[in-house]
Structures are given as C-alpha cells and as structure tokens.
Design a protein around this ligand. Structure first.
Ligand code: TEU
Length: 543
C-alpha cells in the first residue's frame, strides 16, 4: 500500500537546482567539471537557498550523449570522480541540508554496457532479451519509426541477424521492460543508490519504457502504468525520496495520475507543453511565442493539478535554450529585468521550482561562429541532415542559435577570470564570451542582480506557504502583454503582475492589483497603474 506522502512532503516547499556536472566546476584542470568541483561550490548553493541538487548523469559512459548513455549504473564516470567522491558529496551536501537527486536513464543503456555487449552476441544469450529486437533482413527496416536524434530507430546487428531498437542514438539501445529479470535488475540498482544516500531520482524519458515498436508505439505504451506502479512499489514506497519523471508525452491528466497525492507513482513529472509553443513542426522550425497560448497552458496545469497532483515548474534544463534569450530579452538593456520577470512569473506558481545552473545569473544562449564548435549530437545530426536536404546554411544556424542543446551546456560563469573560473584547462565546450559581464562575482553584492532576485524568491517560498500550497486564478486572461495571477491559501493571497514585453503600458482600473503589501518588485520605483518594460511585482495580503 502506498504510504501517505503528506507527512514527508519536504519537496513541496523545496527549490531544486539542476547541475550539469560536465559544465559546473572543474577541479583538476582537465576541462571537464567534476564532483570535487561541485563540493567546492556547495556553499554557493547553500547561500542561494536550494534544498536539493539534481545531477545530470554521473555514471560511467562513453559520453555519446553526455552521460545519457550509461555503461555502468553503479560506477562514477572517472572524469567526474569516484564513488568515494560521491559519498563525500552526499555527506557534505547533507551538512548544508541539500539532498542529492540522481538522474537515472532506465529506458536505454549505452551500447558499451555489459548487458548489451552480451546481448548482441547471439539470440540465445541470456542478456539478449534485455533489449528490444526485430527480425528482418538487412536493408529492409522493420518499420518507419525514426530515432529522436535522426535516422531510423532500428540498427542492424549482423551477429544476431536482427535489428535492435533505439529511440535515441544507435549507441543508446532501448531496454526491454517486458522482461521481468531486467526490471528487477533496475530496481536493485535504484535501491543500491538509495542505500548509498541518494535523496531522490529524476527518471529520464520514463514514459517511453513501455514501448511496443512493432505496433509503432513508443510513448505511453499500454503497460506503462503497470510498470511505473511496480517501480514505485519496489523502490520508492516507504523511502523519503523525491521522484520526478521526465514525461514528454504527459498532458495534465496523465501528469495528475503520475503525481497522485497518494504517492503511488512519483512526486511529480516534467511536462513540456509550454516549451513546445515556439515551434511549428520540429523544434528547429522556429515560431514566435504567443503569450495567450502560454497563459492557457499554465492556467490549465495550475488549475487542473491543484489539490490532486503536483507541478514541476521550470523554464530551463540541459536540453533547452536559455529562457532569457528565448522568451525574455538578452540585450544589455533588458537582460536583467526580463530574466527577473520570468523568474518571478515562474516562482510565484504552485509546484516545485527547478533552477538550471546559470539561470540564476541570467546566463544567455551562445552563438559559436562555426558548427564545428558545437558538440551535441542532436544539433550536429540535424545540421547535416538539413544541409543534405538542401536547407540554407545560414537558416540552419539560426535554428542552432535558437534551440541547440549546447546553449544550456556552456560552462558555468563564475567570474571574469580565464574560462569564467570554470576550469584552469581547456573547457570541453567553449565558454560563452559574455562571461566577462555575466558572472556570479559581478552579481554577488548587487541587490538588483538576477542572482539576488532568485535568492529572494527561494526565501519567499520558504517563508510563505501560499507559494507552495495556494490555489490559482489567472487574472486579465485576455490582456496581450500582462501575465497576472492570484493565489489563495488559508486566508492569505498572493498576486503576481508581470509585463511580458519591452513596451510599457498603463493598467486599466479594473485590472489594477488591489491591496496587500508589495513583497517584491524588479524596479525600485514603481507606479501602481503603470508597468515598465519587463516589470514584475509580487503582492501579499493576509486577511
Ligand atoms: O531527453 C528526452 C528527449 O526526448 C530529448 O530528445 C528531447 O526531446 C530533446 O533533447 C529536445 O531537444 C532526455 C534527456 O534529457 C536528454 O538529454 C537525452 O539526450 C535523452 O533523454 C536521451 O537519454
């Protein structure tokens, strides 16, 4: 029986910080961030006020997909450190009241995982059935299913005279969740990490595990809920963990089931409807964001989940462009104000906020002159595919600048010293050249900085229950520029007012925020009925 999570819902008032270990802090000069580097920055995170760190995968991996191709689930990638370093991280973070959330990729492994090395030896090998195969003939694909990073989802394995299935790179073969022995192996390794001190798990593409590729089904397969319940029963029940599933295929109804307050599946999931609004076909096909649509999506997830599910709140992660460049304004004049407005908009909502490293500094997208400076496989495959299809190179680069995953992955900008204080060596991915202006040192003592804004928002969430638990009503739904909403909890009210645009405007009488104390604003001088460019305010009223 699921235990009652209400008693252990520390994560409902938490703010979670995502670290991309490769790019956070290098301690040994090899140009790759590492666990000792993270430990050396724990005081930064404690000062910011976050309660948990989600670490993108730290396990042994050939890094074809930067660690999302795991070759050994129980060992740390030597570039990042050792198991002893991990234990030290858990202990040191614990002293700062910070939990460590591990990122588990359970849908697929690396093709260098021992299971796959065995599996491809032959159809009778014990591990063969740990993966997903289709009979066929070379040069005749089982079906048309494509892989997320280009090409077919099927790769021919000559030894077995079969195709294996991969939803991502050919070096990321999909695991076969229909095999109970495989499922048990996964549960064992999760419990092994829990025993070692993990405070929770982020589960990569978890709604793609119950695939039935012969029927063309990849996401939301018929046995998905059965497998998720079993996973939760074996690994999460009775443990005080935060669990968050990455679910690109979840609408709010599914998200509600996954984050059911009875705690039977996950604490929460990542939904992506809001991040799909500025594309027309594939993510590379750019289209401007319509504010009305964003309001609609947020309104729906807030109102439909309230009281019967739990939201994850995020603008960024390691796969998405930097929000200030995407939906804010990263020019010198408006970068800070627009980054703060977006932060206040998101952190006023109900759910658990996530901050992706550097977001709290207003880090921006990057524009490398040459495609050769990009490393992400998704970006490079798209570039080559589109070039072959005859797309104009300049046009492709515009997509890269707007959407490449490397926008999020450039090294953390700590200070204005060489390589932004990230590494004494040569960074694995180039540093964004704006680091001399945008960095932590430049912001740490400034009250008007993006950093100070995030720090304050985190503190407010801890201090006022209405941030985590309040209900939600959108205000001024039809207004073209104003994003405003109100939340109530036990007689307290929170009102958030954001000008999503560069243009200032006067607020009509009936839309005016009424009453309450101004908790926070991103301008020092405000006029109640006038919204300056990217202005944001949060009011609080007790009754
Ligand atoms: O991403 C899931 C996913 O579907 C991605 O393909 C996503 O659509 C894409 O990155 C958007 O550009 C997860 C991880 O977050 C990602 O880093 C991995 O590459 C992927 O799974 C495979 O493990």
């Amino acid at each position: 029986m699921p235990f009652n999570k209400q008693s252990t819902d520390w994560w409902k008032k938490a703010v979670i910080y995502q670290i991309y270990p490769k790019s956070f802090q290098d301690s040994d000069g090899d140009g790759i961030g590492d666990i000792p580097g993270i430990i050396s920055r724990l005081n930064y995170l404690q000062d910011l006020g976050v309660n948990a760190i989600w670490l993108s995968p730290i396990f042994v991996s050939p890094q074809k997909d930067n660690g999302y191709d795991i070759a050994d689930y129980r060992k740390i990638n030597p570039d990042f450190g050792t198991l002893a370093d991990f234990d030290r991280l858990v202990a040191e973070a614990g002293k700062c009241n910070i939990k460590i959330i591990l990122d588990l990729v359970l849908n697929h492994t690396s093709d260098e995982h021992a299971w796959f090395i065995e599996a491809r030896k032959g159809r009778n090998n014990y591990y063969h059935d740990y993966y997903v195969w289709a009979d066929g003939e070379k040069e005749r694909l089982p079906n048309e299913l494509g892989a997320a990073f280009g090409g077919s989802a099927w790769t021919w394995e000559p030894t077995c005279r079969q195709y294996y299935f991969h939803q991502f790179l050919p070096q990321q073969p999909d695991l076969n969740w229909d095999n109970p022995a495989l499922r048990q192996e996964l549960y064992d390794l999760i419990n092994w990490w829990t025993a070692r001190g993990a405070g929770g798990f982020r589960l990569d593409v978890i709604d793609q595990i119950a695939k039935e590729p012969d029927k063309g089904i990849t996401v939301n397969g018929p046995r998905l809920m059965q497998y998720l319940r079993e996973l939760s029963d074996h690994c999460f029940q009775g443990n005080d963990l935060v669990t968050v599933g990455e679910t690109w295929g979840a609408d709010w109804e599914r998200a509600r089931a996954y984050s059911n307050p009875d705690g039977s599946i996950f604490s929460m999931v990542f939904q992506f409807q809001h991040l799909l609004l500025d594309q027309s076909g594939e993510k590379w096909d750019l289209q401007p964001l319509e504010l009305a649509k964003l309001k609609e999506v947020i309104n729906l997830s807030q109102t439909k989940m309230h009281g019967c599910g739990w939201n994850s709140l995020f603008w960024n992660n390691h796969d998405t462009p930097r929000i200030v460049s995407r939906w804010g304004n990263d020019t010198e004049k408006f970068r800070e104000k627009s980054a703060q407005m977006l932060a206040m908009l998101l952190h006023g909502l109900g759910g658990t906020p996530y901050i992706y490293q550097g977001e709290e500094l207003g880090m921006t997208n990057v524009r490398f002159d040459s495609i050769n400076d990009y490393i992400d496989a998704e970006t490079l495959n798209m570039f080559n595919e589109r070039l072959e299809k005859g797309f104009d190179k300049g046009h492709i680069m515009q997509s890269v600048y707007a959407k490449s995953r490397d926008n999020a992955r450039t090294p953390m900008q700590w200070d204005s010293s060489v390589n932004a204080g990230f590494s004494a060596g040569s960074p694995w991915l180039k540093v964004n050249q704006n680091y001399t202006v945008i960095n932590f040192e430049a912001q740490r003592r400034s009250e008007g900085s993006v950093y100070a804004c995030y720090k304050k928002l985190i503190a407010l969430r801890k201090a006022y229950d209405v941030f985590a638990y309040g209900d939600f009503q959108m205000l001024a739904m039809g207004h073209p520029d104003l994003f405003a909403y109100q939340r109530h909890y036990r007689g307290k009210a929170l009102t958030v007012f954001c000008n999503f645009r560069e243009a200032a405007f006067t607020i009509d009488g009936e839309l005016m925020p009424i009453g309450g104390e101004l908790l926070m604003a991103n301008y020092a001088n405000i006029k109640i009925d006038f919204m300056q460019p990217y202005e944001a305010r949060i009011y609080y009223a007790g009754t």
